[in-house]
Design a protein around this ligand. Structure first.
Ligand code: ADP
Length: 246
């Protein structure tokens, strides 16, 4: 028997978790949580829990893998074995390899890669608890971790998905909407609205697709505010540190 809900949106326009169609799940972030990484961020978004760590830029070995004119970005998205209800087999899968690839490409347009020829930046995104939208959650955390590591970037990247349930577009899918909805369109974008990742599962019309982009832009704008606030908090705290007299 399927657990598919009869209705995803009630007569008041509210979703199963009480959100409006254009509302994102509550999000909080903490920066600098790992002392051995150059930059890190822990993110909770709804029931998703993700940890991102950034190492580098550092010299890339073996040297034959070095790029003469730019830094190499490596991105590893991984779901912990305990992150979902049924244990996931540890190690890379087709899904995690694909997500790692598209997520790396989501950052390549913003990182000033030409500044560190021959070097590598490693981004690790570990999903500790998964509840739909983990690739976008990981990108949001990785973006802040990259900034925390002091990686020069044109700006932050923010990510969110738009989907379709009961014939309506909804922002930031929850688990039942992701499982049983008619479409899932994760996107990542810069603060200028330049789209650096778009994927699509399911069907939407051209008009709906245009609306989905606009909806996602608004979601990403809100997420970017949270990302900036997280970074601001860290650096304001640093400003408050008293420097002892000589
Ligand atoms: P995303 O997490 O980016 O939305 P998917 O749409 O592929 O990516 O997955 C949706 C959700 O399905 C995940 O967030 C997770 O909760 C669950 N899921 C994904 N892969 C597995 C798996 N191998 N086993 C159990 N649940 C999974």
């Amino acid at each position: 028997m399927s657990d598919k809900p009869e209705k995803f949106i009630d007569e008041n326009g509210l979703r199963l978790d009480g959100r409006r169609v254009d509302e994102i799940r509550p999000m909080k972030m903490e920066i600098g949580v790992l002392s051995r990484a150059d930059g890190s961020c822990y993110l909770e978004w709804g029931k998703n829990k993700v940890l991102a760590a950034v190492y580098g830029p550092r010299e890339l070995h073996p040297r034959r893998m070095q790029k003469a004119d730019s830094v190499l970005i490596r991105y590893r998205y991984n779901m912990a074995a305990f992150s979902v209800e049924d244990r996931i087999r540890p190690g890379p899968s087709r899904r995690s390899t694909e997500i790692s690839k598209v997520s790396r490409e989501a950052f390549e347009p913003v990182v000033l890669t030409h500044l560190y020829p021959g070097a590598v930046i490693d981004v690790f995104a570990e999903v500790l608890q998964a509840d739909a939208g983990t690739r976008t959650a990981a990108i949001n955390a990785a973006s802040v971790a990259l900034a925390d590591a002091g990686i020069p970037m044109k700006g932050l990247v923010s990510a969110c998905a738009v989907g379709k349930v009961d014939g309506q577009l909804v922002l930031d899918l929850n688990k039942p909407e992701d499982n049983y909805g008619d479409a899932d369109i994760p996107m990542a974008m810069t603060s200028d609205g330049e789209i650096t990742l778009v994927q699509m599962d399911g069907d939407v019309t051209q008009e709906e697709f245009k609306q989905a982009i606009e909806m996602c832009k608004e979601g990403c704008r809100q997420i970017m505010e949270i990302q900036k606030e997280t970074l601001r908090n860290k650096f304001t705290k640093l400003d408050d540190v008293e420097v002892p007299d000589e």
